[in-house]
Design a protein around this ligand. Structure first.
Ligand SMILES: Cc1ncc(COP(=O)(O)O)c(C=O)c1O
Length: 396
């Protein structure tokens, strides 16, 4: 494995590594000490100087975080807004699209995140429009050629969850981008499970909007998310509401910002953004390619181990796999698997249908256990997790 990882140092710099084994980086990862320090230091400054006064002196630091975020995904700083959650970021961009009218169509990948889907379904039902799933290839991933065949003048949006929440699949988001770009149709990518896990380059993805929470593989704080909006696409989005930062009234006229901050609230937490900045610096210093490789190696080791355990079925689809490892244990519901592992100080996730309704329904699954792997994890932790799953499965 790559030696850019000084694992002892990285783990010593992560207080949670000393407590238990964390395999829930898809839900939220463990922050590093530098992220915690960035937040603590700023909160102390707020309490000493006054929050508004502290913010005035942190403007340049916050803009550095914006620049670092942009660099991480190949964007320009003016194309980045900070919001409080992935869903808030996605919803803000979706709500800013022109209103839907009867007969309009929205096309989505089969693994679309349930929250996005609920937002689209609600809007389309009210407008007399509809959401349609793009067919999947045999390996479960989105079929870009099938998408091309679905395009007509009624398609208003294509939305793709790049890496799903319920398994290790990696969709070919760039192939979808080539279709949408050729057709001139808005393209939103949910990169919730991608940010901090795999390299992201918005230009090669060909998307107009991309969003992700900071707390997952990137190891940023909860309550942070990034929203990318392509500069040339911004004029097509009208924010549903404004504040004095995103749309101040100047000489009696509303001046909506001409950058992505038209979606950013004036009242955001600088402490959280600075914590996010520390996480971005760390990921950038390690390098996303090296992170991706290490996660891939660890996750494949885990999959191989799980496949050899009686009563355990690995549920990951796709040719190219991520660090999200999904499995089921015959006769034991996923929440119980999670609880049994929690008793052994091992944190994993357990998902039901609402996270990825189309995919879970298409595959006849009602729940999956989800062990998600970070570069912070070790081969010895993978072995101990595998033994613990075997132990749980024996009792099935
Ligand atoms: C792919 C994907 N999209 C969106 C979300 C939701 O993000 P948030 O909880 O920040 O709104 C998740 C959360 O797990 C996710 O996995």
């Amino acid at each position: 494995m790559s030696d850019v990882f000084d694992l002892d140092r990285l783990r010593a710099d992560t207080p949670g590594c000393a407590v238990g084994m964390h395999f829930n980086h898809s839900g939220a990862s463990l922050p590093s000490q530098s992220t915690l320090t960035a937040m603590w230091d700023y909160l102390r400054k707020e309490s000493n100087d006054g929050p508004m006064e502290a913010a005035n002196s942190a403007t340049a630091l916050l803009e550095d975080v914006r620049a670092g975020t942009a660099a991480l995904i190949g964007a320009r700083p003016s194309e980045i807004a900070f919001l409080g959650s992935g869903s808030a970021a996605w919803g803000a961009a979706f709500a800013a699209l022109p209103p839907l009218v009867p007969g309009d169509r929205i096309l989505v990948g089969r693994q679309e995140w349930g929250g996005n889907l609920a937002t689209m379904q609600d809007a389309t039902v009210r407008a007399g429009a509809r959401v349609e799933a793009i067919p999947a290839r045999d390996d479960g991933s989105v079929d870009a050629s099938a998408l091309a065949a679905m395009i007509d003048e009624r398609v208003r949006l294509v939305s793709l969850t790049w890496l799903p929440a319920n398994g290790g699949l990696i969709n070919d988001a760039a192939a979808v981008g080539r279709v949408t770009r050729a057709a001139g149709i808005p393209y939103f990518i949910d990169a919730g499970q991608a940010l901090g896990q795999i390299p992201i380059d918005v230009a090669s993805l060909g998307c107009d909007v991309l969003k992700a929470a900071g707390r997952k593989f990137l190891r940023g704080p909860r309550g942070t998310a990034i929203l990318y909006v392509r500069q040339e696409f911004l004029p097509r989005l009208t924010p549903r509401y404004l504040d004095v930062l995103s749309g101040p009234i100047v000489d009696g006229v509303v001046k909506i910002r001409d950058d992505a901050r038209r979606f950013e609230a004036g009242e955001i937490s600088p402490a959280l953004i600075l914590g996010l900045g520390a996480a971005i610096c760390q990921a950038s210093a390690l390098g996303m390619k090296a992170i991706r490789e290490r996660i891939g190696t660890l996750a494949n080791e885990l999959r191989d181990n799980l496949r050899s355990i009686p009563n355990v079925t690995v549920r990951d689809l796709g040719a190219e796999l991520s660090g999200v490892v999904s499995f089921t244990v015959e006769g034991i519901p996923a929440p119980e698997v999670r609880a049994a592992l929690a008793e052994r100080q091992i944190a994993i996730g357990a998902n039901g249908v609402p996270y990825t309704p189309l995919d879970m329904t298409a595959r006849g699954l009602d729940q999956i256990a989800r062990a998600s792997v970070s570069y912070l994890n070790t081969l010895s932790e993978i072995a101990r997790l595998s033994d613990a799953v075997a132990d749980v499965a024996r009792k099935a």
